[in-house]
Design a protein around this ligand. Structure first.
Ligand code: ZN
Length: 312
């Protein structure tokens, strides 16, 4: 198995995760969590979303979060920006990167963005033209890339058409979102191979949800197909309000743990990262899905004397 020896891990919990929470997380707490992430060595963070505060009140403080968080050298702060207004907010707040998304499924695109794929592709072109003269990086994100809860399988030609559209507009980075956890290892291999064949100069990122428990297995399939960039969220937060049955993203600590045990570098300090997840857990007041945050890395040993033993 030839896998990359370094992978980029993009933390999306502050956006994909917090947008699903019922309670508003205080701006100061969001900033402290982000500072904890960069301190743990996470360089790429999808920090928030410049969407309508009416649609996503949880992220209404996008500009304050970006203004407050530390930006260590080498860090890259991405934000979701669905339209020109969002893009302008992102530029004003000095985001490093905008993420512009649409769905590979017509019905999910309608639910999520209230318009057809065709119309969304037109919007993407407008956004690309709008940022052309600015230094902001742009990334395309394709939701439901591995399946749609309303339509089932995605036609590979639709996916290729959308990806090619992004590329023709100067997007050199693309995220394939598995919004509702429908990816499987063979599907990941086929999809990545197809896109790498047609668009070899596009940097692919994979964004899996652990809806069916095989998120990390799909990561390994992605590694085997040559992908070296993955999105995940702290403690496995996340979901999608417009997709039935969607559950959390793959968990960042679990992903980092797996990479390190496979001899793949991430530049991330796992113990520090676990502390940030525990902090997030106490902020939200419920148990998160992450597993390594509970068990610790495999060589975090326990006292033999203090462990209970079976006597009966
Ligand atoms: Zn997601």
């Amino acid at each position: 198995m030839t896998v990359p020896n370094h992978v980029e891990i993009i933390e999306v919990g502050m956006r994909d995760g917090l947008q699903m929470e019922t309670d508003f997380v205080d701006t100061a707490i969001k900033i402290a969590l982000i500072d904890g992430l960069t301190d743990a060595g996470i360089q790429h963070i999808e920090a928030t979303s410049f969407v309508s505060p009416r649609a996503v009140p949880q992220l209404a403080d996008a500009a304050q979060v970006l203004a407050g968080a530390k930006r260590p050298p080498g860090s890259r702060f991405a934000v979701l920006a669905p339209n020109i207004k969002g893009v302008e907010g992102a530029i004003a707040a000095h985001a490093d990167e905008i993420v512009v998304f649409l769905s590979a499924s017509e019905s999910h695109n309608q639910k999520n963005l209230n318009r057809s794929i065709e119309r969304s592709m037109h919007d993407v072109a407008e956004i690309a033209a709008h940022v052309q003269e600015t230094p902001i990086l742009k990334k395309g994100a394709i939701a439901c890339a591995f399946g749609c809860p309303f339509e089932g399988n995605i036609n590979p030609e639709t996916l290729l058409k959308i990806a090619t559209h992004f590329r023709s507009l100067g997007f050199q980075a693309l995220t394939l979102g598995d919004t509702t956890g429908m990816a499987t290892p063979p599907l990941v291999s086929q999809t990545v191979s197809m896109l790498r064949e047609h668009l070899p100069d596009v940097r692919l990122t994979l964004h899996f949800h652990n809806t069916r428990g095989i998120g990390l297995v799909n990561v390994v399939a992605g590694l085997n197909a040559g992908v070296d960039s993955f999105e995940s969220s702290l403690g496995g937060l996340g979901g999608c309000p417009f997709a039935p049955g969607a559950s959390g993203n793959i968990c960042t600590e679990d992903l980092v743990y797996l990479m390190h045990e496979m001899g793949i570098q991430t530049g991330i300090d796992l113990e520090k990262l676990i502390q940030v997840s525990l902090r997030m857990e106490s902020v939200l007041g419920r148990t998160l899905a992450g597993q390594v945050m509970k068990a610790g890395p495999r060589l975090r040993l326990h006292s033999y004397q203090n462990a209970a033993c079976a006597t009966g």
